[in-house]
Ligand binder design. Structure first.
Ligand SMILES: Cc1cc2nc3c(=O)[nH]c(=O)nc-3n(C[C@H](O)[C@H](O)[C@H](O)COP(=O)(O)OP(=O)(O)OC[C@H]3O[C@@H](n4cnc5c(N)ncnc54)[C@H](O)[C@@H]3O)c2cc1C
Length: 477
């Protein structure tokens, strides 16, 4: 590699991180080629009409606080290539049996809705919300010493705690405890493990600082905007090309892989030394998800009308219920009842449904054990019906996908793990292995740019951006 090179860089995979890496290199004047196995670009950002014609469903990601907050995306002219964020009235409603607990954009309004826990909520969040840019840049930025040590210490002392402990110590009411537990549970780690509070704090911070938007028309618009911008910079994309070995990759100075360690090992073979290969083999994958997309004849008939105005809903009851469900999946059991992460994009984005304005779409999933083939349809719909009697009568189309099927759909979702590997304290910053620059490998031409590198899962493109910076530093200074 390196002599008769056809491209400066080839990127394998067109997820948010693959496209972000390609854009970063193309902006630096490098010739780039993206190879994508599927027929369309996007990885976890695809939108398909897979229930009824005209009903556009986000196959994977749907809610984009990290996308709008990403310092990298913010720097790109994606709106000129069709990307528009749609902000629901409320970022989140957490459903309890007798009411919906609301997470507003405004910290004050959220605190006011939490009654006797309002002051505690404000004490927990206000100091970090006030300085959200610093926190976000530190978390999504390159690793290294904190640029704002006092700010990071303030955040870190809270974030390092188990979510259940932080919620129980900080709050007295079931409402505030459940609201925090639901956000922390996104990361798919038992809530009694250290650092699980970080997920809850980060999502709350993003809700107050930025909101939890959808992409108009579906998450595919983010992928299409990134691809269009890349092409405007001269970058090339080939779809329908599954890379199985190094022989499938045209000669290039740098190859960046938007895949996880297990696939990297299969593709590159002995292009990586044995010691590093052994360490990659120890990389751990997490639990899976079971997902449903619904086409609905009308909006979900939530018992609490406030729930209609939230983009995202957490349906899992109290902190204890959510914690029990998350613990169960790590013990290889199905959660009963499951914690359901639910979104209703068409309420705020009519572009998701056919033009008559009558139908709606909904998106929901729950966590299940790694590789599970279980069909959770009945359990998920029972949870929704608990808070929206008559929901079942609104369903006119449904598409389901098990954890095992997710890996078939996208080989990066090993066992249905949507974060590209466990994001617990042992693998949060040291993904894929502990290494000064985790995007590099011992082979100077090979780089990893997927969510199996810091800062991990989510549609933010920061893994791809940092990996591309590493390739630029090494080869194109
Ligand atoms: C159900 C679900 C819900 C989610 N919800 C959200 C959400 O609301 N918000 C959010 O921010 N994130 C969400 N995510 C997570 C998010 O989608 C991922 O973290 C993100 O897409 C990871 O980006 P990536 O670029 O690392 O990899 P991916 O997006 O997985 O992209 C990898 C790409 O590489 C291609 N590829 C893999 N192997 C090869 C090969 N050998 N040859 C060629 N091409 C290959 C794949 O086809 C794919 O297109 C969700 C994911 C799922 C599944």
């Amino acid at each position: 590699m390196g002599e008769a090179t056809q491209y400066d860089a080839v990127i394998v995979g067109s997820g948010p991180n693959g496209l972000a890496a390609a854009v970063t290199l193309a902006r630096a004047g490098r010739s780039v080629l993206v190879l994508e196995g599927k027929e369309t670009v996007g990885g976890g950002m695809r939108t398909l009409e897979y229930t009824l014609p005209g009903y556009r469903h986000d196959v994977c990601s749907a809610v984009h606080p990290l996308g709008v907050g990403s310092p990298f995306f913010r720097d790109l002219p994606l709106h000129e290539h069709g990307l528009e964020w749609v902000f629901p009235d409320y970022p989140l409603a957490h459903l309890l049996d007798d009411r919906a607990v609301l997470l507003h954009r405004s910290l004050d309004e959220t605190a006011a809705g939490l009654g006797s826990d309002g002051a505690a909520y404000r004490r927990l969040l206000a100091p970090i919300v006030d300085d959200w840019r610093g926190i976000l840049e530190q978390f999504l930025g390159p690793l290294g010493l904190p640029r704002r040590p006092f700010l990071m210490a303030r955040f870190g002392l809270r974030a390092i705690q188990p979510a259940a402990m932080l919620a129980n110590r900080t709050f007295d009411t079931p409402e505030a405890r459940a609201l925090f537990a639901g956000m922390a549970a996104h990361i798919t780690i038992p809530l009694n493990q250290v650092t699980t509070a970080a997920g809850g704090l980060m999502l709350a911070l993003l809700a107050h600082a930025i909101g939890w938007p959808f992409a108009r028309g579906g998450s595919q618009s983010i992928a299409d905007a990134l691809a269009a911008y890349l092409r405007s910079l001269g970058g090339e994309i080939q779809t329908g090309v599954w890379v199985q070995s190094m022989a499938d990759i045209p000669p290039a100075r740098a190859v960046l892989f938007d895949v996880t360690p297990r696939q990297l090992l299969d593709i590159v073979g002995d292009a990586l030394p044995g010691g590093y290969r052994n360490r990659l083999e120890g990389y751990r994958y997490g639990q899976g998800v079971f997902k449903i997309d619904w086409a609905l004849s009308e909006p979900v008939p939530w018992r609490d009308p406030a729930a209609r105005r939230a983009g995202t809903l957490h349906i899992g009851g109290t902190l204890a219920e959510i914690a029990a469900g998350e613990r169960a999946i790590w013990q290889g059991r199905l959660p009963d009842p499951p914690f359901v992460l639910f979104a209703q994009p068409s309420i705020f984005d009519p572009a998701r449904v056919p033009g008559d304005g009558k139908g709606h779409t909904a998106w929901g999933y729950c966590h299940v054990p790694h590789g599970s083939t279980a069909d959770m349809t009945a359990a998920i719909e029972r949870q929704i019906e608990r808070h929206a009697p008559g929901f079942g009568d609104c369903i006119i189309g449904r598409h389901t996908i098990t954890a095992a099927e997710y890996e078939t759909y996208n080989p990066n979702y090993i066992g249905g793990d949507i974060n590209g590997g466990v994001q617990d304290w042992r693998q949060l910053f040291t993904r894929p292995v502990a290494r000064l620059n985790p995007y590099t490998t011992p082979n100077p031409h090979l780089f990893l740019c997927s969510s199996a590198t810091p800062p991990g899962g989510g549609v933010h493109g920061m893994c791809g951006y940092h990996a591309a910076r590493a390739a630029l530093d090494r080869h194109f200074r």
